[in-house]
Design a protein around this ligand. Structure first.
Ligand code: HAM
Length: 441
């Protein structure tokens, strides 16, 4: 079938997902919940407040901050004109929206720095492939209002900590992009160097040479690796202040025992960075090979000019975002048992309509008393319910029947030997706890 008719068929098919968009099914969601919980616990302890910005922003916000020549703005934004003829865009990243909110809500009046985090979906119209989706999610951290190297280091320390707690070994690939002025000087040298090698470059890089020469350094095409090897390096062309800043960030990382690799090719794909730039890579090359290990799980850096670009006061800041899908793919590979589920200990079964009506409150009583309980409120018939209890491997089944309901009792069935006892239903939680404790002994 020709591609165009295949495409239109898909678009008309109401039960097909758009390309590059994914469902997160219940089994998968266990990982998401655990990861969000882990991030929340750590970030709260380190004084970060969670906030949410709209998924939709005016297009100009991203054009002004990410850079017209960046891949994201030049070809990856989901932009459209709304009914008021305003151009709006599904957010491709968090930082610009958070910076806008910082200005709009006068957050510069709060004690500085303001430490924020966000979690949610982002949209980039890229070619879908492994690790690259059109809708993906990020965990984003920002420290706004500090020019100290400690802020860059705190962000990187937390990135490593979060990965470590998720069972991942990662390596921090770090570089310094210097000040906008020192970078301008460096770009002249870089262009000069590459101009002589233009004919060896891939088509994209030939174009980058004119539009966005810094990106020549992170091209992954085989043809561009050789010229890259001898290219002049940013770190050799830093202004004095940026150099000092970089050294201090590295000292913090040394003292905090965060392993890092100085990588002169980390330049980042968004325009707003200055000084520190880094990416988080999986430390162990995955079975998919060396290249897969270079897929960034996250990236970030310092962006001292961004808030001023948006009309705010000069406000230094640093941040990071993890790609949650990429990170969880690594977690599943490295730690298949990461979300081992706690099994229920008790099953609640009931017989007859009156007992069924009581079962919600009884279930809630057991749950609230801390007993891990399961039930299937839709299943009729004791046999089917006991089979289910057996399958779940519970120690006891609590059976609420018509007769028991009338005399205020309830049956506890030991699933190991089938023995049944009738107990006072008011004391069911205590009775179960006693028996469960014995099983553990
Ligand atoms: P970024 O490098 O564009 O940075 O994205 C951060 C991470 O998001 C990437 O390392 C990757 O894991 C994930 N990611 C990006 N695009 C996709 C995609 N199409 N599919 C799946 N995952 C993807 C930023 O977005 C900056 N705002 C980070 C930052 C925060 N800088 C300062 N503060």
């Amino acid at each position: 079938m020709p591609e165009s008719s295949e495409k239109s068929k898909k678009a008309k098919n109401a039960v097909a997902r758009p390309r590059g968009f994914y469902d997160i099914l219940p089994e998968e969601n266990e990982y998401w919940r655990k990861f969000h919980g882990l991030a929340e616990e750590i970030l709260l302890a380190y004084g970060f407040a969670e906030m949410a910005t709209p998924i939709l922003e005016y297009t100009s916000l991203f054009k002004r901050t990410l850079g017209e020549t960046s891949d994201v703005v030049s070809k990856e934004m989901f932009s459209f004109t709304d009914r008021s003829r305003d151009s709006v865009t599904l957010r491709p990243e968090f930082t610009a929206g958070i910076a806008r909110a910082y200005i709009e809500h006068g957050m510069f009046n709060r004690p500085q720095p303001v430490k924020l985090w966000s979690f949610g979906p982002l949209f980039r119209y890229d070619r879908p492939q492994a690790g690259r989706q059109r809708q993906f999610h990020q965990l984003d951290l920002e420290i706004i209002g500090s020019s100290q190297p400690a802020a860059d280091a705190e962000i990187i320390f937390l990135a490593a900590l979060i990965c470590g707690r998720a069972g991942l070994e990662v390596s921090v690939q770090i570089n310094s992009l210097g000040s906008p002025e020192s970078r301008r000087e460096y770009l002249k040298i870089l262009k000069e160097y590459y101009r002589a090698k233009k004919r060896f470059l891939c088509d994209d890089c030939k174009e980058r040479l004119g539009r966005n020469p810094l990106r020549l350094l992170d091209c992954k095409q085989p043809a561009c690796q050789e010229p890259k090897k001898d290219s002049p390096q940013l770190v050799d062309n830093l202004d004095e202040e940026s150099k000092q800043h970089f050294v201090k960030v590295l000292e913090y990382l040394d003292e905090s025992e965060v392993p890092y690799v100085l990588n002169p090719y980390i330049v980042r794909g968004l325009d707003y960075y200055n000084r520190t730039a880094f990416e988080i890579w999986p430390a162990v090359p995955s079975s998919a090979g060396e290249e897969a290990a270079q897929i960034a799980l996250g990236g970030g850096g310092r962006y001292d000019g961004l808030i001023e670009t948006l009309g705010g006061r000069p406000t230094p800041a640093a941040g990071l975002a993890f790609g949650v899908e990429r990170l969880l793919t690594e977690v599943k590979r490295a730690r298949p048992d990461w979300v081992a589920k706690e099994k229920p200990k008790v099953f609640l079964a009931r017989l007859g309509e009156e007992a069924a009506k009581r079962s919600f409150l009884l279930f809630e009583k057991l749950r609230a008393s801390g007993i891990k309980t399961a039930a299937n409120f839709a299943k009729e018939g004791l046999k089917a319910q006991l089979e289910l209890a057996d399958k779940l491997g519970v120690a006891f089944t609590v059976i609420l029947g018509q007769k028991e309901l009338l005399d205020g009792t309830i049956i506890i069935r030991d699933m190991e030997n089938g023995m049944q006892e009738v107990v006072d239903s008011a004391k069911i939680d205590e009775e179960l706890k006693k028996r469960l404790a014995k099983k553990i002994d």
